[in-house]
Design a protein around this ligand. Structure first.
Ligand SMILES: NC(=O)c1ccc[n+]([C@@H]2O[C@H](COP(=O)([O-])OP(=O)(O)OC[C@H]3O[C@@H](n4cnc5c(N)ncnc54)[C@H](OP(=O)(O)O)[C@@H]3O)[C@@H](O)[C@H]2O)c1
Length: 222
């Protein structure tokens, strides 16, 4: 069966996965770009933009590892864009331009229904209003034997963690303090939920920490 994976999720030293006050000018929240400074210079990032070059090394290897074998993604609505509340129209199509870097079905969790649409390069956005289990069921059906990447943001990952549905999390821990924002582990006992650190690798601008759900711990019942 396909696995549910968090890959290359950047986390500040004080545990934030996004800064406060997300909006059109601050997609990652205020000071949020500090989280991503490990990623922007990489070949993996430039490749996503259709650009040549970029740094190779440990950070790049970790980032590239996260794109292999994926058959579907799940995102939260705040990661998809800055629009909040009911969709005023269907004009917002994500941060990523005409050809988003997904190339497979992407299931966006939201309380506000919206028709699916398809972008250049094979990305299809579907909006799921009946919760995390429904989104995962649809992602599994789309992915077949391939894995599902849980892109974020923080609130979405927290819900799947709480339900013990994530098989593995790769966190890119950055040596920066955000001070405020969206805290990944706040109020969650990841150890009691069955997660343990299985690998950590020092990269050029981030430390890569891999958490895995113990094999003897299954998902909570829906
Ligand atoms: N650090 C990283 O590597 C990384 C990676 C990805 C994203 N990010 C950042 O993380 C931030 C977004 O994270 P976030 O925690 O604010 O939000 P999020 O998880 O992206 O989205 C939360 C929203 O999704 C909808 N949603 C979530 N769960 C749902 C459910 N069970 N049922 C129905 N709707 C549900 C709700 O929207 P509605 O109620 O409004 O529909 C909710 O407010 C952004 O700044 C993004 O750039 C960081």
């Amino acid at each position: 069966m396909s696995r549910l994976l968090v890959r290359s999720f950047a986390l500040s030293l004080d545990g934030f996965g996004a800064g406060p006050n997300q909006d059109l000018q601050n997609p990652l929240g205020v000071n949020g770009p500090d989280l991503m400074q490990w990623f922007f210079p990489l070949r993996a990032w430039r490749h996503m933009q259709g650009l040549p070059g970029g740094e190779t090394g440990v950070d790049n290897e970790m980032a590239e590892r996260g794109f292999g074998g994926l058959g579907a993604w799940i995102l939260g609505r705040n990661m998809f864009g800055p629009v909040r509340g009911p969709w005023p129209d269907d004009s917002w199509k994500g941060w990523w331009g005409e050809e988003p870097p997904y190339h497979v079905p992407v299931f966006v969790l939201t309380h506000h229904p919206r028709p699916s649409f398809r972008m250049k390069g094979g990305t299809e956005f579907h909006f799921v209003t009946d919760g995390i289990h429904a989104a995962l069921d649809r992602a599994r059906a789309a992915a077949g034997d391939r894995d599902i990447r849980l892109g974020g943001g923080v609130s979405t990952i927290r819900q799947y963690l709480q339900a013990r549905l994530i098989d593995e999390l790769h966190l890119a821990v950055r040596p920066v303090l955000l001070g405020a924002g969206e805290a990944l582990f706040h109020g969650l006992d990841a150890r009691a939920l069955g997660y343990e650190c299985v690998e950590h690798v020092a990269g050029e601008r981030a430390t890569h920490v891999f958490l895995r759900r113990r094999v003897d711990v299954g998902p909570t019942s829906a």
